[in-house]
Unconditional design. Structure first.
Length: 155
């Protein structure tokens, strides 16, 4: 069953198409971003509610710029390394309106990713210790089982 577009949606799409063709910059709808990044519209709206994204509104439709798309990518990357939304917002705000905080933003990103690397390396070291212990336990249990099987065959 197809969906019927309402007049507002048709006007919004016409507006987006006209801006895209005029060379003023690439624009995206919420569905475009969701498909590209594999997230739900609810997630995008959540980031808007938290002040991390601020799309334009045209006749009720959300219109995202390349800047919004880049911010969404940074949000998702921040989440992937374990940053809180507050940390992500701080990072995004460092950039400023015209990129004046780019050096600060890069320094913050370097520090945060460095912390994440250290945390992951610590976890990996702990996993290696646990794996070694489990291998010893496994080998011991295997030997005990083999001894029991030999004892049964000798009886």
């Amino acid at each position: 069953m197809g969906t019927k577009k309402n007049d507002e949606q048709v006007r919004a799409e016409a507006f987006v198409a006209s801006v895209q063709h005029s060379g003023d910059g690439e624009l995206f709808g919420i569905a475009d971003l969701c498909e590209e990044f594999g997230i739900s519209p609810r997630a995008v709206r959540f980031y808007e509610d938290k002040g991390l994204l601020s799309p334009r509104r045209v006749n009720g439709a959300r219109i995202y710029t390349r800047r919004d798309r880049a911010r969404l990518l940074l949000i998702l990357r921040g989440k992937a390394i374990g940053s809180s939304l507050a940390e992500i917002k701080h990072y995004l705000e460092l950039y400023g309106q015209h990129g004046e905080g780019r050096a600060q933003q890069l320094k913050y990103a370097m520090e945060r990713t460095g912390e994440a690397i250290r945390e992951l390396e610590d976890r990996r070291a702990n996993i290696d210790v646990i794996l070694a212990e489990l291998r010893v336990i496994n080998a011991s249990v295997q030997r005990q089982l083999e001894q029991r099987q030999r004892s049964k065959t000798e009886d």
